[in-house]
Design a protein around this ligand. Structure first.
Ligand SMILES: NC(=O)c1ccc[n+]([C@@H]2O[C@H](COP(=O)([O-])OP(=O)(O)OC[C@H]3O[C@@H](n4cnc5c(N)ncnc54)[C@H](OP(=O)(O)O)[C@@H]3O)[C@@H](O)[C@H]2O)c1
Length: 331
């Protein structure tokens, strides 16, 4: 039995954001229509190392794509170990016989499919005339979130980026200016308020466990994508935003346990009735998304195993076409 081994170096040049958005949008739709098996991800927690590990299996029945991802989140990694906060490995499996088809580095795949989810949320929930973006956090996820918004809108007027350290803000601007070119002006800002006030779209991408974005800074008509809260206890928004926004989740089970809504739900500030539905239901036309330009919409993402499976499959197909990777004998 031979398996295709794809490293981070193999995978990175293979994925374009527009293609990843296309397959991830399909994955959301398939899940909403009931054609995906995806048990909620399971966690082990490394309290003494401020980190966790998750296992994420899935099967998209009509697409014949199945995979399992192992992924961590260790926010101290960049400073302590010069490693990314989030690292992943994905095994793509043949649903016919359970044989592993490919083992892929899943770190860039995770960043790209997470960016794609933010882009799809903006497509269905943000105003079409959005042009000012406020980014809270300037790490890996903030990079692919901007890539997806650029892919969706083509051009943006202004991207304001906040991060705790000046070093991270500067690094983000210098790297992302190359990606954006003439398509957006990127401004580093010292306060969260300066990033989010009057923004059309806000994206939060920090591992914070206390709210960073105040309700009073949010204007009518804003869309907020919450990426950072993906484990119990994490939250980035002032919970009062959630009491009057239209909230969409990527998956109710995962989000109620780990997403931006997990703390406000546990504290009784909001209930399940505050949640309008899953993003996939909007994509599939089963539920409405934004209906008024004045609405405040919130998408809370925890990350779906089906996003990983379709993106890994895309990377694998492209690698096969280009004869990339290394075949290893497993049996
Ligand atoms: N929803 C999903 O599907 C999904 C997918 C992947 C990752 N995530 C989550 O997204 C978050 C960010 O991941 P990443 O890969 O972008 O990490 P990263 O590259 O380490 O970037 C983290 C950013 O957050 C800032 N930050 C770190 N700790 C903070 C704190 N306690 N309060 C405020 N800001 C803080 C950092 O600021 P400085 O650099 O200035 O210190 C940096 O700007 C993590 O919580 C991760 O688990 C979610």
């Amino acid at each position: 039995m031979q398996i295709l081994l794809l490293t981070e170096k193999d995978v990175k040049p293979l994925l374009s954001m527009s293609e990843v958005m296309e397959v991830v949008e399909t994955a959301f739709r398939e899940k909403a229509l009931g054609y995906a098996q995806m048990p909620p991800k399971i966690y082990v927690t490394y309290n003494k190392y401020n980190g966790d590990l998750r296992a994420m299996p899935s099967y998209l029945e009509r697409l014949e794509v199945s995979a399992v991802k192992v992924v961590n989140s260790h926010p101290d990694n960049p400073k302590k170990f010069k490693l990314p906060t989030v690292m992943a490995t994905i095994i793509l499996v043949d649903p016919k016989n359970g044989a592993a088809l490919s083992i892929l580095s899943g770190t860039w795949i995770t960043a790209m499919r997470t960016g794609a989810a933010g882009g799809i949320a903006a497509k269905y929930l943000a105003r079409k005339d959005s042009k000012i973006i406020g980014l809270v956090g300037a790490g890996t996820q903030a990079r692919t979130q901007l890539m997806a918004l650029l892919s969706l809108y083509g051009r943006l007027e202004e991207v304001r980026v906040w991060s705790r350290s000046e070093e991270s803000r500067k690094k983000y601007v210098s790297e992302m200016e190359i990606v954006c070119g003439e398509r957006a002006r990127i401004l580093p800002v010292k306060n969260v308020k300066d990033a989010v006030a009057d923004a059309d779209i806000i994206v939060t991408t920090t591992p914070s466990r206390k709210p960073l974005v105040s309700d009073e800074w949010i204007s009518d008509g804003t869309h907020i994508t919450c990426i950072g809260a993906d484990a119990p206890g994490k939250e980035e928004l002032d919970p009062s935003i959630l009491t009057h926004a239209k909230i969409y989740v990527d998956d109710w089970e995962q989000c109620s346990h780990s997403g931006e809504i997990n703390v406000p739900l546990a504290e009784g500030i909001i209930t399940k009735e505050n949640v309008c539905g899953e993003l996939g239901e909007v994509v599939a036309g089963l539920k409405p998304g934004r209906t008024l330009s004045s609405e405040i919409t919130v998408f809370t993402s925890t990350g779906l195993a089906v996003q990983d499976a379709v993106t890994a499959k895309l990377a694998c197909e492209k690698a096969l076409a280009k004869n990339l990777g290394r075949w290893i004998e497993m049996a």
